[in-house]
Design a protein around this ligand. Structure first.
Ligand SMILES: Nc1ncnc2c1ncn2[C@@H]1O[C@H](COP(=O)(O)OP(=O)(O)O)[C@@H](O)[C@H]1O
Ligand SMILES: [Mg+2]
Length: 226
């Protein structure tokens, strides 16, 4: 697994829950180093599609490729930890019993990175998201916006080849949302990591994305290149 960004290619992706076809033949292309925003109303299958990219769900049909590698199809389902991903969720998903630095360090520990290098990389990731010097604190001692920055630092610390965002700003007030949205856009441009950014806010999609895809009724309704 290398840290250079890769393209994402999705073909004929289907996911059913009971009798409901939540995704009914979805095709997507995300060129390496670009950001695709996935728009659509609540319940249209955005999080489901993101989980399929992450390997948290196995598709009923179709294929997901990262570069030349098939990560999911009828025969294959590469586990999330082997996909080279960073993820950011709406609810931050931080571990409350760990310090800020402990949260950010976790993906490096999973990869067996030594203590000294972990310390350096955690400090660099925290600095990138504007949290220098906050490592020893508990997440609960920080504001919502700062907590989402911790999650962002944790997502980028291991230099993933793909970043996945699931409505990361929806729990924040509108002013903070706009500024953090700009920062995430700046960070993605700097890092050059391929990203899929789920939102139901068109404004966020327009601020961040090279391509805006709208989902409806389990299919891609429109693709806008910008
Ligand atoms: N694990 C699951 N089991 C059953 N139904 C699910 C499951 N996950 C999602 N769904 C259903 O799939 C649809 C799409 O959900 P989701 O992908 O979360 O939508 P979105 O993120 O766009 O709001 C919804 O109708 C939801 O209830
Ligand atoms: Mg969702």
């Amino acid at each position: 697994m290398d840290s250079a960004s890769v393209s994402i290619r999705v073909r004929g992706l289907r996911q059913t829950f009971g009798a409901q076809a939540v995704l009914d033949g979805v095709d997507l292309d995300v060129p390496a180093g670009t950001t695709l925003a996935l728009l659509g109303p609540s319940g249209c299958g955005k999080s489901t599609l993101l989980k399929l990219l992450a390997g948290l769900l196995k598709p009923d049909a179709g294929r997901v490729m990262f570069g030349d590698e098939t990560v999911a199809d009828a025969a294959t389902c590469v586990p999330p930890e082997s996909r080279g991903l960073g993820m950011v969720f709406q609810d931050y998903a931080l571990w409350p019993h760990m310090t800020v630095a402990g949260n950010v360090s976790f993906p490096l520990e999973m990869r067996g990175v030594g203590r000294r290098e972990r310390g350096e990389r955690v400090a660099a990731a925290l600095a990138r998201v504007g949290l220098d010097g906050m490592g020893a604190r508990r997440p609960s001692a920080l504001s919502g916006g700062q907590q989402q920055r911790i999650a962002l630092a944790r997502a980028i610390v291991a230099e993933p080849r793909i970043l996945l965002f699931d409505e990361p700003l929806s729990n924040l007030d509108s002013q903070l949302r706009a500024s953090l949205c700009d920062e995430i856009g700046g960070l993605l441009a700097q890092l050059g990591t391929t990203a899929v950014y789920v939102t139901h806010e068109r404004k966020e999609a327009e601020a961040l994305a090279h391509t805006i895809v709208t989902l409806a009724h389990g299919r891609v309704e429109s693709v806008l290149h910008r």
